[in-house]
Ligand binder design. Structure first.
Ligand code: MN
Length: 380
């Protein structure tokens, strides 16, 4: 049965903040939580309680806002982390445990059976503490698939609600993701959550593949923030699922620009101008052929309507402009150009673009006009 809805669990306030060098203030955390919730994000992972009393207070402050979004906190599968998670005001805890042999042996110094026993023990303990449990499969992408199936079976039997498939190192591609998640989906009734990393630039693609394979939940971050190359971007995931597969998330994508700005400032990580959906320049057009086409009918060169994600088209003049764009730009300044004048000014605009690597401002355009058209100046 084709899926029509997927639940976004946004982890900007956990994995996003885990980005090297990123640290939000308490006020910034609250502003981000509010903005995400107001945009309709149904679930948020809001921190790591075992980090200390300040982190716990910050999590409690978000819980006290009474937002409609469900809150999750993150911890490892151990007493200290679980104890810290209880009483934070979050309904769900993600308890993370390595599931790949390399991490089981060389990080924990344990065996597979220990992992299974530990899952049973801690899922039960968390349930006793009145928490819903997501078993976080760290490094699931490098885990042996037969063992991973036993992990899910153990988690389900113990009473966990969800399994998080973490591509911790960002090693997967969409085809392998689809195969693995399909296999897990077929074998288990647990909620399945995809946690992708962008080391190969595939986080959003892998996230979509997981959803098509039956993942019910996905982790995202605003601007794709997150460890190393980051996680799947909220804005890309929402727009792509809607446009490619009619899979809805209940999120108001027109809020993306303000949320993106908020997180860019709070994280000290400016958004690259060409970042999909939220980058400054992704609805800006210069090329003569494209601008001419857009002026004739926006649908000629519009894949995603900018209004849908709170943006607008911007036309700029530059090296690749054509004379119709020049005439249009001057018309907006109240100057009607002849074809000949437009061609003359285009040469001047190209010279400016190459020399300054910038788009001419309105003042630049007026100056070019006055310089090139001395008779126009005399007449006016
Ligand atoms: Mn992660």
């Amino acid at each position: 049965m084709a899926q029509t809805f997927v639940v976004i669990n946004d982890t900007t306030l956990r994995d996003g903040e885990q980005t090297a060098g990123v640290a939000f203030t308490a006020e910034e955390r609250i502003a981000i939580a509010r903005a995400l919730s107001e945009a309709g994000v149904p679930e948020m992972e809001v921190g790591i309680p075992v980090m200390g009393p300040e982190e716990r207070e910050n999590i409690q402050a978000i819980a006290q806002l009474g937002l409609p979004s469900e809150l999750m906190v993150w911890g490892r599968m151990c007493d200290a982390d679980l104890d810290a998670a209880a009483g934070c005001g979050a309904h769900t805890v993600n308890l993370s445990i390595p599931v790949s042999d390399i991490q089981i042996r060389h990080k924990l110094g344990r065996e597979r059976d220990w992992v299974l026993r530990t899952i049973t023990h801690f899922v039960n303990r968390a349930l006793d503490l009145d928490l819903d449990v997501c078993v976080g499969g760290e490094d699931a992408s490098r885990a042996d698939m037969d063992f991973l199936l036993r992990v899910l079976e153990t988690a389900e039997l113990a009473g966990a609600r969800r399994f998080r498939f973490a591509d911790t190192l960002g090693l997967l591609d969409p085809f392998t993701t689809f195969k693995r998640i399909s296999q897990l989906r077929e074998a288990s009734d647990l909620e399945l959550e995809m946690h992708a990393h962008n080391d190969l630039g595939l986080a959003t693609a892998n996230t979509l593949a997981a959803v098509l394979a039956g993942a019910s939940h996905i982790n995202t971050t605003v601007n794709g923030l997150g460890e190393r190359a980051g996680n799947a971007a909220l804005e890309e995931s929402v727009a792509a699922m809607h446009h490619l597969y009619n899979i809805e998330t209940g999120i108001d994508s027109r809020r993306f620009p303000e949320i993106s700005r908020l997180v860019a400032i709070a994280s000290g990580r400016p958004v690259p101008v060409n970042k999909s959906i939220v980058g400054d320049a992704v609805f800006t057009h210069e090329s003569g052929i494209h601008v001419d086409g857009l002026i004739k009918n926006p649908l000629n060169y519009q894949g995603l309507a900018p209004e849908e994600v709170g943006r607008t088209h911007t036309l700029v003049l530059g090296k690749h402009s054509g004379s119709s764009a020049v005439m249009q730009a001057y018309a907006w300044l109240g100057i009607a150009l002849t074809e000949f004048e437009a061609k003359t000014l285009l040469a001047r605009i190209r010279e400016h673009a190459v020399a300054t690597k910038q788009t001419p401002s309105s003042a630049d355009l007026e100056r070019f006009y006055l310089e090139a058209m001395p008779r126009a100046q005399a007449q006016s």
